[in-house]
Design a protein around this ligand. Structure first.
Ligand code: ZN
Ligand code: ZN
Length: 761
């Protein structure tokens, strides 16, 4: 028998297994300190079993330690149960493993059933784990019971136990008991003091914290840091700064705390000054420092600090960290440097969801929805999981493009993949449907949302107003107030535009006047714009002019444009001329204004003025903003610019429009060449120029590629012109097609020969 046992032992290494002879503790120890897979742990355990060493408590304790490092506490418990004679050291190792891995309930359970069960008496190493678990679970009663036991056994005076007890009471918010426990510690060390000071700091009692800090025999850098963050949290930046200046030495935590203190209290400039001081000091910024600083810079109104901060991040030791690079992408995107953002993004090796979100969001914020969607497709092809934030950006891109089909697909995707419908995602859906012309679906999403915030209500109110459901919008506002939400700046823009669409002049005025009086919101330029629009639509042109005169803020181009629209509609040439001149003065490079003024002069027969206008356009070097229209067909969005010949089917598209124009002529369509600058082109050229408007190309393309009866949805970057508007009214009648156009200002739903805007835009 003996010889057989020997042969088993000897044969082990011969089997080609290169593990050292595991029966030797000296060999085993270094191996068990590494993070191991469960499979490896089992292998080692098997070796112990075969070597007959599975009951060696010292080895089992080391195995439990290895399980803890590897996160395999269930297996550790099996090992523990298999040990016939466990000791306190093994029990402590179990407790340590549970707390290290955040299994606080298991730790407490283990303590109650195994230790208190009468097997062992806890020592000064046991109790800190127990108090730590009680603190994390806020298990006050259990903690107090263990405390009482520790007093009886004389362990409470030990600094190690005492500190954990002070910490337990501090975390449970019981500052008085923390102080009592502190007083029982025979020789409190700096850690004891710091924990106690920290407990006063977290309860917001800076006076007591200060008193203790002053009494403290030996302060270390952690003590100073605790006071610094305490003052910062209390919003007392002067004291925080004083502590920062007085500290004998500063570590990374101190610098981070001072920078964060300024940042959280809206003092970005001060935070940056501290940061530049840090750069010149002996402490190098950490990842957290760089992330904070980049977020400060991105919240500033100007991009002055972007370059040096980005340079610094790029030269730092973590220049390749994904989180730093993502922050740089965000920063560039925030300030419209979308190509810089993309260059950094392209250089990131292991792109994750957050990283994609930054870039997709960047494209969306910079009005590049097509690039946002393209990148989203790439994200999918690379099998990177999108999250709710990705979906919010993608929906916003769909809204910008008017890509309803794609927006619906995203909605479906969210539901299919169980992406939680939070308030942001829900709001993005409401907004997407409204801006893509499907306000009914907006409403369906809105009523199903379990949670809403003011942005959700705003999106729905704006959606209703935008689609001409002014009364619905006002009703919804009442509901919003009943449900206890306070309106904000944007709510009132939506409400006033609703009044404007419905021609509710006096109601509009009462809302406008209530803004400051009832809600404490100062009307801004957008609200004044809505009021001018409201008055202008209702043909109160003189009042609108007077309203502008009395405005406390300088009128911007949107205000004059609103007045001009009203003048054009109600044929007031004199006022139109004034409005246009103001517009040109505010924005001399915008071609549309010259065209409008030129048309006004032409209508009044003032040909000399027309010529003067032409000359001034030439001398100013005014270039036309190219009109651009997007149409969604299937799951693709096609973009057309005026006179575009880049599409492979361009000849077919142009032929389609020529054919349509012929069919429309007997219905009363004559190309309104008045919208093209007079005197520059001859009549035939003008007609041709009109035919190449981007929205006409988009409609023609949709007509040749979709089945009869399919609604056509178009988004245009400029305002739709009179000629296209008239033509689309007739097409909707002639072909029985619904055409929806979202132009820069509003929606036009063309159906059976009429438009929802009733000719006013
Ligand atoms: Zn047009
Ligand atoms: Zn219209």
């Amino acid at each position: 028998m003996a010889s057989m046992a020997v042969s088993v032992l000897v044969s082990e290494p011969v089997k080609g297994n290169h593990l050292p002879r595991l029966y030797d503790e000296r060999h085993l120890s270094p191996l068990l300190k590494k993070r191991l897979a469960l499979r490896q742990l089992k292998q080692i355990h098997a070796k112990l079993l075969r070597g007959g060493l599975n009951q060696d408590v010292v080895l089992v304790t080391k195995m439990v330690g290895a399980c803890a490092v590897s996160g395999a506490m269930d297996y550790a418990y099996l090992l523990f149960r298999g040990t016939q004679h466990p000791d306190l050291v093994l029990c402590n190792a179990m407790l340590k493993g549970y707390t290290q891995n955040g299994f606080m309930k298991e730790a407490l359970h283990f303590y109650v059933h195994v230790l208190e069960g009468g097997f062992f008496f806890p020592d000064q190493y046991t109790l800190p784990y127990v108090f730590k678990a009680c603190a994390a679970l806020l298990a006050v009663t259990a903690g107090r019971a263990v405390h009482a036991m520790s007093v009886k056994s004389g362990l409470a005076g030990d600094a190690f136990v005492g500190n954990s007890l002070v910490d337990f009471y501090a975390k449970c918010g019981d500052v008085d008991s923390a102080l009592c426990a502190f007083c029982r510690i025979e020789e409190p060390n700096p850690i004891s003091w710091n924990i106690l000071i920290g407990s006063f700091v977290s309860s917001g009692d800076m006076v007591s914290a200060r008193k203790l800090f002053d009494e403290m025999p030996e302060r270390d850098v952690a003590s100073w840091n605790t006071m610094l963050s305490g003052y910062a949290k209390a919003g007392d930046l002067v004291e925080a700064r004083r502590v920062f200046e007085q500290m004998p030495e500063r570590n990374l935590v101190s610098w981070n705390a001072m920078i964060a203190a300024y940042a959280q209290n809206g003092k970005g400039e001060h935070a940056l000054m501290v940061f530049s001081q840090m750069v010149g000091s002996s402490v190098s910024p950490g990842v957290a420092t760089m992330l904070t600083v980049m977020s400060i810079v991105s919240n500033m109104s100007n991009s002055d600090n972007v370059n040096w901060v980005v340079d610094l991040a790029a030269r730092s030791e973590f220049a390749n960290s994904v989180s730093i690079l993502t922050a740089i992408v965000n920063l560039h995107a925030k300030f419209g440097r979308i190509d810089d953002a993309y260059r950094v993004f392209s250089g990131i090796h292991d792109k994750d969801t957050v990283c994609y979100n930054a870039m997709i969001g960047g494209f969306t914020q910079n009005q590049e929805p097509s690039r946002a969607l393209e990148l989203f497709r790439r994200m999918q092809s690379e099998a990177i999981e999108p999250d709710a934030m990705t979906m919010v950006s993608v929906l916003s891109a769909c809204a910008q493009l008017g890509a309803l089909g794609l927006g619906e697909w995203v909605h479906n995707y969210v539901e299919r993949n169980g992406i939680p419908m939070d308030v942001y995602l829900g709001t993005a859906l409401v907004d997407m449907y409204a801006r893509c012309g499907d306000v009914d679906s907006s409403w369906r999403v809105f009523i199903k949302m379990p949670q809403r915030d003011v942005a959700t209500w705003n999106a729905m109110i704006r959606g209703l107003a935008m689609h001409g459901h002014g009364n619905g919008a006002l009703q919804l506002f009442l509901q919003m107030e009943i449900e206890g939400y306070s309106p904000n700046y944007i709510t009132f823009v939506a409400l006033l535009s609703a009044c404007s669409h419905e021609g509710l002049v006096s109601h509009g005025f009462s809302i406008f006047n209530s803004m400051k009086a009832k809600y404490g919101i100062m009307p801004g330029i957008e609200h004044y714009g809505c009021m001018v629009d409201l008055l202008g639509r209702a043909k109160h042109l003189a009042e609108a002019r007077e309203f502008i005169e009395k405005m406390p803020i300088e009128p911007d181009s949107a205000i004059w444009a609103a007045l001009l629209s009203a003048c054009r509609f109600h044929q007031n040439l004199e006022l139109a001329k004034e409005a246009t001149e103001k517009l040109i003065a505010l924005n001399p490079s915008h071609d549309g204004n010259y065209v409008l003024l030129s048309n006004i002069y032409a209508k009044a027969g003032k040909w000399e003025d027309v010529a003067r206008m032409r000359e001034s356009m030439r001398s100013q070097g005014v270039r036309k903003t190219p009109g651009c229209s997007a149409v969604e067909i299937g799951d693709s969005v096609y973009e057309f610019t005026a006179g575009d010949r880049s599409h492979p089917q361009w000849a077919e598209i142009y032929a389609k429009w020529n054919e349509l124009a012929k069919q429309l002529k007997p219905m009363g369509y004559s190309p309104d060449t008045g919208t093209v600058l007079r005197g520059i082109l001859d009549e035939e050229e003008k007609e041709q120029a009109l035919y190449r408007h981007s929205e006409k190309l988009a409609v023609s393309f949709a007509l040749i590629t979709t089945k009869p009866g399919t609604p056509i949805r178009i988004v245009k970057n400029l305002r739709i012109c009179v000629d296209c508007h008239r033509a689309f009214e007739l097409i909707s009648l002639l072909l029985g097609r619904e055409i929806t156009i979202r132009d820069r200002n509003r929606f036009h739903h063309f159906r059976e020969g009429h438009c929802s805007c009733r000719g006013y835009w």
